[in-house]
Design a protein around this ligand. Structure first.
Ligand code: PDD
Length: 285
């Protein structure tokens, strides 16, 4: 039986219920984190907590819980060796629907669940991802990890209908990020280019470790936006996220990147990333 966490209790999936007056339900007034689990260990939990607390702060949601202990208990109780922990915090339940939230604060709604999922042996790592580009029509605070994910869902459905793996979104002709990943290219000169951290992208946890591994390999890293045209001329392209880790991108808008096979440097960064997370010291209570 799957055990989930809801507001202090560990209960069965079918017993976990929240109110239709929850602001997360009515206004997407909620933030979340997805943390990868590899070899039964939470990856980069401290960085996820830091980002969660920042997202909560940007929306003035007052919430605190033993995030790490909750995630670890769900991993243990559900026997997850490889997969993810999903953790969501909403502002809480209102008495009536109202755009403004009540003062004093409502008690936040906090829930989390574990999901078994193959992360490392993903066949996409060997074949590479095929991407199409679409305009980025999301709001302008993409740095906050809110649950307003409808545009990302629409884009993933478009990708599926087009027979490709995902979408890279562009604003003013510059790539912001993937629907649920950060986007990167490596130029013909061997420079790794990744959008700078600002309100247009989510500050990816995987991106931090990816850029560190690239630098450790001797690559120059430039944090700036790039266009789809620049990406098409690049030697390699890739994405990073907690669910896909680091994946090569081999095609953008029908144009092959490099020789159309997963890039060599991207492969090395992925390998060193995997080596780093698999030897990561487990978090203890
Ligand atoms: N998405 N950009 C967006 C828009 C994202 O939704 C995500 C993560 C990332 C990568 O961030 P990280 O490396 O911290 O996972 C970038 C998660 C996996 C999701 O929504 O399922």
């Amino acid at each position: 039986m799957r055990i989930v966490y809801l507001n202090g209790d560990y209960i069965s999936k079918s017993a976990a219920k929240i109110s239709i007056y929850d602001r997360g339900v009515l206004f997407s007034d909620a933030v979340y984190e997805v943390i990868s689990v590899i070899d039964g260990q939470l990856i980069d939990m401290e960085r996820h907590i830091t980002r969660l607390e920042r997202s909560l702060g940007e929306l003035s949601i007052n919430a605190y819980a033993e995030w790490s202990a909750i995630a670890q208990k769900l991993v243990a109780d559900n026997g997850v060796q490889e997969g993810v922990i999903y953790l969501q915090v909403s502002r809480g339940v209102m008495h009536e629907r109202d755009y403004r939230w009540p003062a004093p604060d409502t008690a936040p709604t906090i829930f989390a669940f574990a999901q078994q999922r193959t992360l490392i042996e993903n066949p996409m790592a060997a074949r590479g991802m095929r991407i199409i580009s679409r305009p980025d029509l999301r709001w302008q605070r993409c740095d906050i990890k809110t649950t307003q994910l409808l545009y990302a869902s629409l884009m993933k459905m478009e990708a599926e209908a087009a027979g490709v793996d995902d979408v890279w979104m562009t604003r003013d002709d510059l790539v912001t990020e993937g629907t649920s990943q950060n986007a990167h290219i490596i130029s013909q000169e061997g420079v790794l280019i990744s959008h700078q951290l600002d309100r247009r992208i989510l500050p990816g946890v995987t991106r931090i470790e990816m850029l560190a591994q690239a630098k450790a390999m001797g690559l120059t890293v430039e944090e700036r936006p790039f266009s789809i045209d620049e990406a098409k001329q690049a030697a390699e392209a890739s994405i990073s996220s907690s669910t896909l880790l680091i994946m090569p991108v081999v095609e953008i808008d029908g144009h092959r990147i490099g020789d159309g096979r997963p890039g060599e440097k991207t492969g090395k960064i992925r390998q060193s990333y995997l080596a780093a997370v698999q030897t990561a010291v487990p978090i203890t209570n």
